[in-house]
Structure formats: C-alpha cells, structure tokens
Design a protein around this ligand. Structure first.
Ligand SMILES: *[C@@H]1O[C@H](CO)[C@@H](O)[C@H](O)[C@H]1NC(C)=O
Ligand SMILES: *[C@@H]1O[C@H](CO)[C@@H](O)[C@H](O)[C@H]1NC(C)=O
Length: 317
C-alpha cells in the first residue's frame, strides 16, 4: 500500500515537473540598453531579446531583425517575434529613435550608413554572437546588404550565416524611381504632399499614408504596431531627413558578388519595391532564393503573416 502511494506520489511529481517544463517552453523576453561607443561618444541602443528558456545558447542561432526607415522603430517588426518559437530573436531600435538615444541636433554628416553598420556590429558583440542570421526589412535590408558586403572577406562574414532581405533594395535610387513611378497614379494633391516631403511634415504624412495604404500595407485598419512606428517617425524626423540625404548615392550592386551568405530576397505583388528594384539581387548574389507574396504590398509580415513566418522559418532552419 505504502509502496503504491510512493509510486503515485512520484508519478504526480513527475507529471508536475513535465507541466512546468512545458510552461518554461513559452517564449519570454528581456530588454535593456547596449552602450554604443562611436567616434568618442557613447549612445544607447535599446534592444529586446526573445527566446525560450530552454534554448541552448551554444547551438541556437539568433535572428537579428533590422527595421526600416531610416527613422522607423522596431515596433512594426513585432510580428517577427513569431519566429522565436524556434530560435532567439533580437529586435532593436536603431540609433536616433524609439527607446534608443535621440540626436536631433547632429549634422547630416553624422547620419552615414557607417554609423548604422557600427551599431549593428556593436549589437553582435554585446551578445557575443558567433553565428546568427539577419532579417532586414526595406532600409534594414540595405543595412544588412552593406554589412554583409563589408564583412565578405572577414572570417565567414563575421558569423552571419543566413540573410533575409524583404521589401528592400540594392540601390537607393532604384527604390526612389519605383516609388515615383507609382505615385503618378495618385491624385495631384497626394503627389504634391509626398513630393513636398519634410518641408511640411503634416502634409507629408497625409500623402505618405495615402500611398502606403495602397503600396505599403493593405490591411484596414492598420495594425497598431505600424501606426506606432509611423508616429515615432514623425515625432523624430531627423534620422529620416538626414540619413535620406547621405544615402542618396548608396548602392551595393557592384559588391553583391562578394556576399557568399545564402540570401532570401522577397517582395510583394503590390509592393512599392517593384520587381525591377530587386532584380540585381537575383542576378548577382551567388546564393539567392526568391519569394513573392501575391497578396502583400510592403509589409508581408502583417499582410500574409503565416506564409511569411513559414517561408522565413524554413529558410532559417
Ligand atoms: C488579400 O488581402 C486583403 C487585405 O489586404 C484581404 O481582404 C483579402 O481577403 C486577401 N485575399 C486573399 C486571397 O488572401
Ligand atoms: C550624389 O551624386 C551626385 C552626382 O554625382 C552628387 O552631386 C551628390 O553630391 C552626391 N550626393 C552625396 C550625398 O554624396
């Protein structure tokens, strides 16, 4: 009898610990600030790190998510947390906006792509990442491409193993050209508002949102996280204004052949990043795969969330 009781107690105890183990498999997060030393100054990069507690840090390959803009924030990339079921996911606010250091008084020359590459390298060092993947959206993909091209000669791309470039471009002018082409379909007042740009932020936002409802995110209403990033962009426009100027002539096309990392390139059928924009990726990247989201514009992780996660998840395995 007592032996039976002991067995029953042992059984209950093991059931209890199984239940606990199952609970601990839920994704949890921690966030904080990463000190970022740049040309003698120290800034703060805010990050949030999602993972399951059981992830083996020696085996898991984290995914770093690079948001767009420049001048947006990590918020609209929150759907990517879905990927944390199978790997750690790191999101951060790029310098100048969100919860990272704001620097509205810095001169244009400060806002170079070098700054953002240095910040990304600093994030990688902070977490002591030996192997990792990068998902870059829009401007975040330009940053990823620049990072990969610069590190092409350094020990296996500095640890970068796989790269996803979604709704991005290999040359800023191609994206501008594509947007200008599509903008011509809009009423004259919308065109005027977008062209006026930062000279009149309130009108710019009006025009940009009209454009984005067709070629940026076709969901109605917009997901709250997307609106949060739009609000942040317009509350702190300096990053977008200044970096936009320094990026005017940016291209990675002449360096794509050096990027040996397996790369997944994607866009949407209704994306303002039209096919001709991403064609150089497909022509010149040595290890490239392509996927088009047929019912998406510029934000497939909202517009076709399940398909996005399944395609990216499989590619990152
Ligand atoms: C495509 O997306 C729109 C919203 O953006 C949705 O209303 C529609 O049902 C989707 N169509 C298909 C075939 O998934
Ligand atoms: C971009 O190139 C044009 C033409 O060569 C030049 O006038 C302009 O100053 C360049 N812009 C930047 C930011 O380098």
């Amino acid at each position: 009898m007592s032996r039976f009781l002991l067995t029953a107690v042992a059984l209950l105890a093991s059931l209890f610990s199984l239940a606990q183990a199952a609970r601990s498999k839920e994704v949890s997060s921690r966030s904080g600030y990463i000190p970022f030393n740049y040309n003698g100054e120290v800034f703060q990069t805010w990050y949030i790190y999602y993972s399951k507690p059981v992830v083996n840090p020696l085996r898991a390959r984290p995914t770093i998510v690079l948001h767009g803009g420049p001048g947006f924030t990590h918020d609209y990339m929150n759907p990517l947390i879905d990927l944390a079921k199978n790997r750690p996911v790191i999101l951060y606010d790029q310098i100048g906006n969100g919860q990272s250091t704001h620097l509205p008084s810095k001169p244009t020359s400060f806002w170079s792509i070098d700054l953002f590459v240095a910040e990304l390298e600093n994030v990688i060092k902070f977490f002591s990442l030996k192997r990792y993947d990068i998902v870059g959206h829009s401007w975040g993909g330009m940053l990823a491409g620049e990072f990969a091209a610069r590190h092409s000669m350094v020990s296996r791309h500095f640890g970068l193993r796989r790269m996803v470039l979604t709704d991005s471009n290999p040359q800023r002018s191609l994206s501008i050209q594509s947007q200008a082409q599509l903008l011509k379909q809009f009423p004259a007042d919308v065109q005027q508002e977008v062209v006026t740009g930062w000279k009149d932020p309130a009108r710019y936002r009006q025009g940009l949102e009209q454009f984005f409802h067709v070629y940026g995110c076709r969901l109605s209403p917009w997901p709250a996280d997307l609106t949060t990033s739009f609000d942040a962009l317009f509350a702190e426009p300096s990053v977008s204004q200044q970096t936009g100027i320094t990026l005017a002539n940016w291209t990675v096309i002449d360096r794509l052949h050096k990027i040996k990392v397996p790369t997944l390139v994607m866009n949407g059928a209704h994306d303002f990043i039209q096919d001709f924009v991403i064609q150089p990726f497909l022509d010149k990247l040595p290890h490239v795969k392509y996927h088009k989201f047929e019912n998406s514009s510029h934000t497939p992780f909202f517009e076709e969330r399940e398909e996005f996660m399944s395609i990216v998840g499989r590619f990152l395995e």
